[in-house]
Design a protein around this ligand. Structure first.
Ligand SMILES: Nc1ncnc2c1ncn2[C@@H]1O[C@H](COP(=O)(O)OP(=O)(O)OP(=O)(O)O)[C@@H](O)[C@H]1O
Length: 486
């Protein structure tokens, strides 16, 4: 108070200590409640043990049998049995490493990481990352659910608090990764309120993947062409029938390997006449010239010949569409004409860098016709490009399958894969220079992007492919040639 004027004291800014409610109970009530609390604890522990037994029936069985054996026969047989168990596990590892890791080792790692990393740090990390909220004295904290270790990544399920969105988690991917000692973190939405965080510890695609054997009898599935492996170890299946493919990557990112993996897998169908390849390589044949036998027609520049070829395919698209009208909605083998794949290496050379304005416009019109109308009549485009900017490819949206190999900048990832996909973890600009052929993939209608590596198609493989596809030449047997000459 100063004179007659009232001055408010400064508000109390210290944190008031909070005590649990039972602290205020009278002493006698605590004594009465103690046996009930202890009984409750015992029941809780029993339930946890039963749940653990149900989760790991084999492990629990081994422990129970071990205890019984120890009681009935003493220590020595138990030690022998344990040694036999270890030997059995080693044999399992030797015979089938994959199933051993999956069913035994990764389960142990899961429990270990849950107990030593995620449970102890969870509360602090979500509070410091602003993912927990306090409202009217009650704390709302995202719940840590199932954890699964898979060696190269830990999958951690999280139940979000009310009014939270996946974008809030996506914005804190880096904070979470560093907090849990991971290289990076990705966010996936499993269902409303349930997220799965991937904490990445290693790159399963670090090693190149060789091409499979060329098999004449193989059935080529144009909707699921296997052109590499995904990081989860499954085949990378590329949709060609009913899709248009855009492959983007800086020089040396491995665009060639995506292209040749597609051709490699199409080879049996090309040989059987079911698929026809048409190619344009404005770089003078540096890429497609490595295996010209794969192509029905190929042009090695970006001049009038290339544009005429594009217009020929565009005309074919229209002609097929009018033939199919009312007969079929999508190309099938029974259509009686081959599925056509147009391969353009460096699309920008045709539709952006071409000096002649008329040729440039004609090329862009033809490519747009093919990629917008070719789906149903069985004409697919596989276009490779280094620069994804709108000024270079103004009709990116017509390509329904996008492959982002290594890129320079984050903004390029958004251009290729679409808005928001990078935030979910598709960091194509972070792909290492040491892993050419690694790409992020996004198909139309698929929410989550996938990471995969194309087969490594070597020069020797291309020679083999050329031999496989070269038209058979029948040479005269020397003796019969001499006889005819005589
Ligand atoms: N899938 C792959 N696995 C392993 N190595 C690869 C793979 N793809 C490409 N490479 C290697 O990376 C290098 C560059 O590959 P490639 O020429 O295909 O790149 P690019 O993107 O087509 O480059 P450019 O735009 O200059 O033609 C080559 O030495 C190749 O052997």
């Amino acid at each position: 108070m100063s004179g007659t004027k009232w001055v408010d004291p400064a508000p109390f800014e210290g944190a008031r200590p909070r005590f649990p409610w039972w602290i205020w109970l009278p002493r006698w009530a605590k004594v009465v409640a103690l046996p009930f609390v202890l009984a409750g604890l015992v029941v809780w522990l029993g339930v946890r043990l039963v749940l653990l037994g149900l989760r790991y029936p084999v492990g629990a069985g081994v422990v129970v049998v071990g205890l019984l054996a120890y009681r009935n026969f003493g220590l020595s047989p138990l030690v022998l049995a344990l040694l036999a168990l270890v030997a059995g596990l080693l044999v399992w590892y030797g015979l089938h490493r994959r199933s051993f890791l999956r069913h035994c080792w990764y389960r142990l790692v899961t429990e270990w990481r849950r107990a030593t990393v995620y449970v102890p740090k969870w509360r602090t990390v979500v509070r410091l990352a602003d993912l927990a909220k306090e409202h009217r004295g009650k704390e709302y904290r995202p719940a840590l659910r199932r954890v699964r270790a898979e060696g190269w990544r830990d999958k951690v399920r999280v139940r979000m608090i009310p009014a939270q969105s996946p974008e809030q988690w996506e914005a804190r991917r880096d904070n979470l990764a560093h907090s849990f000692n991971a290289r990076s973190c990705r966010v996936r939405v499993l269902k409303p309120r349930l997220l799965e965080l991937d904490f990445i510890h290693a790159d399963p695609l670090a090693r190149p993947v060789g091409v499979p054997r060329l098999d004449d009898s193989a059935d080529v599935d144009l909707k699921k062409l296997v052109v590499g492996v995904t990081e989860t170890g499954r085949p990378w299946r590329l949709k060609l029938l009913g899709s248009q493919v855009l492959v983007v990557g800086v020089p040396g990112a491995g665009k060639g390997s995506v292209l040749w993996s597609i051709v490699w897998q199409l080879a049996p169908a090309i040989r059987a006449g079911l698929v026809r390849l048409v190619g344009i390589d404005p770089k003078g044949g540096m890429e497609l010239g490595q295996c010209p036998d794969a192509f029905d027609k190929v042009v090695y520049d970006n001049g009038p010949d290339a544009v005429e070829l594009l217009e020929e395919i565009a005309a074919e698209v229209k002609a097929r569409a009018s033939r199919y009208r009312g007969v079929r909605r999508l190309w099938t083998r029974s259509a009686g004409e081959p599925f056509t794949v147009l391969v353009v290496d460096e699309l920008a050379d045709l539709i952006a860098y071409q000096q002649d304005k008329q040729l440039r416009e004609r090329a862009a019109r033809a490519v747009q016709t093919i990629s917008s109308q070719g789906r149903a009549p069985g004409v697919a485009t596989v276009a490779l490009v280094q620069d994804p900017r709108k000024e270079i490819v103004s009709f990116r949206h017509l390509f329904t399958t996008r492959v982002a190999l290594r890129l320079d900048e984050p903004i390029q990832v958004d251009m290729v894969l679409g808005d928001g996909v990078r935030q979910r973890g598709a960091a194509a600009h972070e792909i290492s220079e040491n892993t050419p052929g690694v790409a992020w993939l996004k198909e139309e209608g698929q929410r989550e992007p996938e990471r995969a590596r194309a087969f490594h198609v070597t020069d020797a493989d291309l020679v083999e492919l050329g031999l496989f596809l070269a038209p058979a030449t029948v040479h005269d047997f020397p003796a019969s040639a001499e006889r005819r000459a005589a």
